[in-house]
Ligand binder design. Sequence first.
Ligand SMILES: Cc1ncc(COP(=O)(O)O)c(C=O)c1O
Length: 374
Amino acid sequence: MGAEAGTEEIPLARPVLGEEEERAILEVLRSGQLSLGPRVPAFEQAFAARLGAAHASAVSSGTAGLHLALRAVGVSDGDEVVTSPFSFVASANAAVFERARPVFADIDPVTLNLDPSAAAAAVTDRTTAILPVHIFGYPADLPAFERLGLPIVEDACEALGAVHADGVAVGARGNPAVFGFYANKQLTTGEGGMVTLGDAALKERIDSERNQGRAPDMGWLDHDRLGFNYRLSDLACAIGLAQLERLDGLLAARARVAARYAEALAGIEGLGLPCPDTGGDVRGWFVYVVQVPHGHDRDDVLRALREHGIQSKPYLPAIHLMSFYRETFGHREGEFPVCEDVAARSVALPFFPEMTDGQVERVAQGLARVLGQG
Ligand SMILES: Cc1ncc(COP(=O)(O)O)c(C=O)c1O
C-alpha cells in the first residue's frame, strides 16, 4: 500500500502470462522431454522468422548470449571492445569474461545510445569488436558502426520490436544480436535469451559452446572445444513460443502506455523524456525512463515516489563508475560527461502492458508533486 489511503502500490513491471503459456508448459511436462527437445529449434526458428533473421540460437540468458557472441566474433585475451557506459552491466562484463577490456565511449544525449563518432575515436589497433547497445529499445545507429569495418555484436536485450530507419528489424542485420527474456522484458521466458545471426558457421559455434563444446554430430562424451552450459530448456522455449504468439499485442500495449506517459508528463518543466521516434527509427518499448530536472536530487525523488505508492528505480547507473570498474580499470568521474549526467538523473517509472490510463495519471501526478510542480 502507498501512503495515499486505499491506493495499491503501482509496480515497476509485470509480465502478461495466460492460459496459452500454462497449456504450453503442461504439454512439455507431459512429453517428459524438458531439455534438448523439439521446442528449442521451434522457438529459434519462430523467433528468427519473426525478425527476418537468417538464424537464431536460444541461450539461458542475455548475458550468456553476449558472452558467446563475443567469443564467436573472435574476442579474446587482451583485446578491446568499444561499448557504451550507459547500459546494464552485463554488456561490458561479457568482454571481461574473455579477459578483454571494455573501452567505453560517451553516448548521444538524445537517443542515449553509444555515439558513433565517440566510438570511432576510441578504436585502437587492439579493438576487435564494437558492442553497441539498443538502450531502452531505441535502435542504435548501426549503419554508422558498420562503416567502421570491425566485427559488431549488438546488445538488443532491451530492443525486441525495434526497427531501424531502413526498415530492417533490430537483430536482423546479420551481426550477432542478443535478446534477453528476463521477466520484465517485452517477451519473457522467466530467464532466457536469443542470439540472432546471419552466419550459419557462427550459429554452429554458439550452439556447440552453449552445450559444453559438443559438436552437433557427436555423442555426449566427446567435446572438441571449450564450452559452457548456457542451454535454454524446453519449458522456457515453450513459454517463449506462447509469448511470441501474443507479441504484437504486447508491443502495441507498451506503445500505448508510452504515448499516455508522453502526454501526461509533457507539462513537467525540465523533465527529460524518452526521445520520440525520428528519421524512421522505431523504438521497441521496454521501460519508461525519465531524467529528473537539474537541481533535484534523484534519490530523494525515488524515496518520495515510494511514499506516493509508486515503485521506481535508478535506471541505469553508469557502468564505468561502478566499484568493480573503478577498481579494475581505474575509471573516474568526468570521463563520459553525457552518460554521467543522464545516469545521475534517470528514473525508471512503472511500465507494463496492462498499465491503465488511471495508473499512468497517478504516476504523472505523483511525480509532478514530488518535483514541486503538482
Ligand atoms: C542492455 C542489457 N544487456 C544485457 C542484459 C542481460 O540480460 P540477462 O538478464 O538476460 O542476462 C540486460 C538485461 O537486463 C540488458 O538490459
